[in-house]
Design a protein around this ligand. Structure first.
Ligand code: SF4
Length: 192
């Protein structure tokens, strides 16, 4: 099978539970949603077989053996053959998904960032984009089977609006302390 690969690069995880952890990122092209706040350019792609992807990941990873598969929506493409090939190469596999498509078995850490109806039943981490203190909407996700719950303030509006959303998010977490704050630290640091 040929995968449509948008980019492969080594960086630090910027968001959520693993913030600051070195990972090699595999961004797959394409998404099944069109969120108005989307800030990811996942359109361009190069077609690659699973063994070519693993070779390129090893080439850029140095001694890092954590891969984060992201998108777009990576579950449009991800199949067990690539999962197995990555494990054989020694990688621990992280996945970032909108949760609307079932995942193959064997993924070591799943982060769900819900934007539409969820098909996935559980994840290690749920990371919700915070756009305002809509308590009924936000708390509706607490019944999802995730080990960790994060709110991430939406920062794609004007600087003034982003600052206001951040303030609301912090206030919300203070009064709903089962949530934790996730920031897009790679943007704050100016790294990829
Ligand atoms: S699900 Fe994610 S990648 Fe897809 S359009 Fe929405 S924000 Fe962008």
């Amino acid at each position: 099978m040929k995968y449509r690969v948008n980019e492969i690069f080594l960086s630090l995880q910027g968001e959520g539970f693993w913030t600051g952890t070195p990972m090699v990122f595999l961004r797959l092209s394409g998404c099944n949603l069109a969120c108005p706040f989307c800030d990811t350019d996942f359109t361009a792609f190069k077609e690659m077989e699973a063994d070519e992807i693993v070779a390129e990941l090893l080439n850029v990873a140095g001694e890092c053996r954590r891969v984060c598969i992201t998108g777009g929506e990576p579950l449009l493409q991800l199949e067990s053959g690539l999962v197995d090939a990555l494990h054989r190469a020694g990688f621990t596999i992280h996945l970032e998904t909108n949760g609307t498509i079932e995942a193959p078995d064997g993924i070591d850490w799943i982060t769900v960032s819900p934007k539409a109806g969820l098909k996935l039943k559980k994840s290690n981490e749920l990371k919700l984009v915070f756009q305002g203190s809509d308590e009924a909407y936000i708390e509706g996700f607490r019944s999802f089977d995730a080990g960790n719950f994060f709110l991430q303030p939406c920062d794609t509006g004007s600087p003034e609006n982003s600052a206001a959303i951040l303030g609301q998010c912090i206030a919300y977490i203070k009064s709903h302390p089962w949530w934790r704050l996730s920031l897009q630290t790679h943007k704050l640091l100016g790294i990829r």
